[in-house]
Design a binder for this molecule. Structure first.
Ligand SMILES: [Zn+2]
Length: 662
């Protein structure tokens, strides 16, 4: 994907223009690939062979389901993104074919092959899906006058390409309704790619809370989530046998123009019946599950259940590695159970990711197992916690029962038992494991320097780490060498061996995100972090930013106040946004910035009239503060210098912070 990688801000994908090829900072071996990733070791070859031995990887059922109903497929799907970029390109993944290479866990390889399949498919007559055009699926339901579009992908570009594929098979049809199943960007971001096919105002259905959650979920923490997401989705990695192969949920989110539409029909109860363009729907409201706002639905006349994303062909995340609030396993399992009881006669099941499933008995068995996977992790984590086990101990001990573990849809391609059990612990107990030694430890770099010194110095640690590496003890080597690199990031030998260690951990991982995280760490140890000169391109998300409530931006502004510099300062400012008819009084005291919606306060030292758009561009770094404040674009009453010093108290986030060194 060239010299561009992507950051997730506000939960969506932005392009980051990147400089030239980063200079390698450590030596790579003669066996390295183009990005420096080392060959799989004999320990990795053996570990992956053992996986192939243990699982029925040749079971054809998923492949039959994933290919069933194929109506139209282009050999390669290449969708252009904004400004000459590529939004989507299936050819990048063409290497995923046949037997797994030794550098990929064969179970993940199987999932990656399934997720490679793309095209227009019939689910049942009247229900169709375009799959493999993005991370998620676009579903088309035939209404009396046009298409009811369910989940229009991440970007306008990929959604338009999916609609074009459908039009080639079915002929041009208008869009008569849109359904957003939940508030994650891969299920609504491409809506502007399908709206040109709508005439006049059409029903737009979403779960209650959709716009608020969709626009606000990551405003406060978006920069850090974005940086962490580069690891989770392997954004800096080549698509290759030693690089990114799959996220487990699909390939990766498409890159391109992201938008949103406000729903005009909300789903806020269960069951909730609705007829859209002549098609009967029964909705299930499932908030605070996989997403804060989510729904599923049933088409009684087709006996078809759409499980949205509360069910999929993987164990999902109770905690997502890019960083997010943990999800409630018990509620999640409860919604799957409720769906099983509400729609017992379902003959076909389809979802927002992956391929459908046919047959009532199979669907019921699948739903029960999805439900019990989350409930098992929940219950057993608490059982062990109530016996005094702590998160790392529980994660190391917990294994799915023999009735769930071998079943492919419950395997950890996206979430894992290990990190999901820690999410359950976090949900109930938070970060502290009750061991006082863990209450106030030194920060990593300080701790690392002392460990390394106590262990006899870096050279001696490296010597022993090499022995453990040769024994294939990669988990331990990563722990030990992490200390050496944090004690001295300039230790090239430690970086090189740690990078090789992460390569092997990545090659052995069954989870797509685990593989991407390890291999991204190896990449950055070898090549350095992202270019600090890169600029966020927020233009592709203008529509989403415009729909984000002003209150969310003001909360994010408060989270940028430089506490030390604001200490002892007092300020009161009026911000008036005439274009949206909103007005806020901002007060700074105790190094805390508060805002309240109110008419301008006469005691304020300055009153600024500014458009929401300009404020958003100031806060996202698209417009310069000094130029705007000192220029004529703003209507300012009172002290410009006071306003400038206010903005001067705001810190700049660092979208390229270091992860695998201090
Ligand atoms: Zn999704």
């Amino acid at each position: 994907m060239g010299r561009r990688h992507r950051l997730w801000v506000l939960g969506l994908v932005f392009a980051v223009a990147c400089g030239g090829e980063p200079t390698p900072t450590v030596e790579v071996g003669p066996d390295a690939d183009a990005q420096g990733h080392s060959a799989p070791t004999s320990a990795t070859v053996a570990a992956n062979a053992a996986v192939a031995e243990a699982l029925p990887l040749e079971d054809p059922v998923d492949f039959e389901d994933a290919e069933r109903g194929l109506l139209l497929r282009d050999e390669n799907v290449e969708v252009a993104g904004p400004a000459g970029s590529a939004s989507w390109n299936t050819a990048e993944y063409a290497f995923i074919d046949g037997q797994a290479p030794p550098s990929v866990n064969p179970s993940l390889w199987r999932q990656a092959r399934l997720n490679n399949l793309h095209g227009l498919y019939e689910v049942v007559p009247g229900v169709y899906q375009v799959r493999g055009y993005d991370l998620s699926n676009l579903t088309l339901i035939e209404g009396q006058s046009g298409w009811i579009v369910v989940d229009p992908l991440t970007t306008a570009e990929t959604a338009a390409a999916a609609m074009e594929l459908a039009a080639r098979h079915f002929g041009a049809r208008k869009v008569s309704a849109v359904i957003f199943t939940h508030s994650h960007v891969d299920h609504f971001g491409g809506v502007s790619g399908v709206m040109p096919l709508a005439e006049g105002e059409i029903p737009i259905v979403a779960p209650a809370g959709f716009v608020e959650e969709a626009t606000s979920e990551n405003v406060l923490a978006g920069i850090a989530m974005a940086r962490r997401a580069t690891y989770m989705y392997g954004r800096r990695l080549a698509r290759s046998e030693r690089g990114h192969v799959d996220s487990g949920l699909g390939k990766t989110p498409a890159y391109g123009t992201v938008g949103i539409r406000s729903p005009n029909r909300l789903v806020d109860r269960t069951p909730q019946e609705m007829t859209l363009d002549g098609v009967r729907f029964v909705f299930q409201y499932a908030p605070e599950s996989e997403a804060p706002a989510e729904l599923t639905f049933y088409l009684p006349d087709k006996q078809a259940f759409c499980g949205a994303e509360i069910v999929s062909h993987t164990m999902h995340n109770l905690y997502t590695l890019r960083g997010a609030k943990v999800r409630d396993a018990l509620r999640w399992a409860g919604y799957v159970d409720e769906a099983l009881r509400l729609f017992p006669e379902a003959e076909v099941m389809f979802a927002s990711h992956h391929w459908p499933m046919w047959g009532n008995a199979r669907i019921r068995d699948y739903l029960a197992k999805q439900r019990d996977t989350y409930k098992f992790i929940h219950d057993q984590t608490l059982r062990f916690a109530n016996q005094g086990l702590t998160p790392k101990e529980i994660a190391d001990r917990l294994e799915l029962p023999s009735t769930l573990a071998p079943s492919f849809p419950n395997r950890g391609y996206y979430g894992t038992v290990r990190h999901n059990s820690r999410a359950v612990y976090q949900w109930y107990f938070g970060w502290y494991d009750a061991n006082p030694a863990h209450l106030n430890p030194h920060p990593p770099a300080q701790e690392a320097r002392r460990y390394v010194e106590y262990m006899g110095g870096a050279a001696s640690v490296l010597e022993r780490a090499q022995v453990s590496f040769d024994e294939g003890d990669y988990r331990w080597v990563a722990t030990v060498l992490d200390h050496v690199v944090f004690a001295d990031p300039g230790n090239a030998e430690a970086r090189a061996l740690l990078a090789r260690t992460y390569d092997q951990l990545g090659y052995q991982a069954e989870s797509g995100p685990w593989r991407d995280v390890y291999l991204s760490a190896a990449y950055e140890l070898r090549h350095g972090g992202p270019d600090p000169g890169e600029a966020l391109s927020l233009a592709i998300a203008a529509e989403l930013l415009a729909n984000t409530p002003m209150e969310r931006f003001l909360e994010a502004v408060a989270a940028r106040v430089k506490g030390e510099e604001a200490d002892g300062k007092q300020m009161k400012l009026n911000f008036v946004f005439p274009d949206v008819g909103e007005s806020y009084v901002l007060t700074l005291e105790n190094a805390v910035l508060r805002h309240r919606a109110a008419e301008p306060d006469p005691d304020a030292s300055v009153t600024v009239r500014i458009t929401k758009d300009l404020m958003v561009r100031l806060m996202t770094g698209q417009a310069g503060i000094r130029e705007v404040v000192m220029g004529d674009a703003l209507d300012i009453e009172g002290s410009r210098l006071e306003l400038l010093s206010f903005f001067g108290l705001l810190d700049a986030p660092d979208p390229t912070f270091a992860i695998v060194w201090p």
